[in-house]
Write a new protein. Structure first.
Length: 232
């Protein structure tokens, strides 16, 4: 039953048509983008990495885990297994022990091992660039693929929707949806494609520094004038 429910959700998300925005909506969104850029001019991916393989692995580990925790785990992970080939040969129990503190460690270790194996065997040891190829890697869904393509190659297929992006987009009135795929489509319809990569990074920084989930600092927020939630 759970699998059927997930399948129905995915089907609804795929068939979702993005919300239609008014000129006023777009003007307000443009002001917010400008203030985000002014406030976080150098907002980059918080996951520490040196290449596409490391970023793919780190993003897999970041599911239901903070970037800070992931960044404490990955140095040992990449020191012991610096390439897809070496990680593919690793004992699964050893990978589990290294990534244990990130949570869901058995599933994550299995995904890491499977990702490394496929990259080694199918893609010659190089993480593929194309979206359809990335989505064949174990543990890689659209969010991870968007992160890797955007950060490594500057390619924007959409907007990365994590918990910060989801929450702040809702507070700003940019979306009323709960499904990440539907939220992504709303954001893509509202914002110009050249802003998609930086938008998610800046919203994530904003969510960590000012629009904190349990204690938002609305009195300090540079977006307050255009945020409906700030006046509630």
């Amino acid at each position: 039953m759970a699998a059927k429910s997930r399948a129905k959700k995915k089907a609804r998300a795929r068939g979702y048509r993005a919300r239609r925005y008014t000129r006023a909506d777009r003007m307000r969104a443009a002001r917010v983008l400008q203030r985000l850029e002014e406030t976080y001019p150098r907002a980059d991916c918080a996951l520490e990495h040196r290449n596409a393989f490391e970023l793919t692995a780190a993003t897999i580990l970041s599911a239901q885990c903070t970037d800070e925790r992931v960044n404490k785990v990955t140095p040992e992970l990449f020191d012991r297994w610096p390439t897809p080939a070496s990680l593919a040969r690793a004992d699964l129990a050893e990978i589990e022990a290294v990534v244990h503190s990130t949570g869901f460690f058995r599933n994550k270790a299995k995904s890491l091992h499977g990702m490394a194996e496929r990259v080694s065997e199918v893609y010659g040891g190089e993480v593929p660039q194309e979206m359809e190829d990335l989505l064949t890697l174990p543990g890689v869904a659209r969010k991870t693929a968007n992160v890797v393509r955007g950060v490594i190659w500057g390619l924007a297929d959409g907007v990365v929707v994590d918990t910060h992006v989801k929450r702040i987009s809702t507070l700003l009135g940019w979306t009323k949806r709960a499904d990440p795929v539907q939220i992504e489509r709303d954001l893509m319809a509202l914002h110009p494609s050249e802003s998609w990569i930086s938008l998610s990074h800046r919203l994530i920084h904003h969510g960590r520094q000012i629009c904190i989930a349990r204690r938002p600092r609305c009195d300090e927020c540079p977006l307050a004038l255009d945020c409906p939630a700030a006046s509630e």
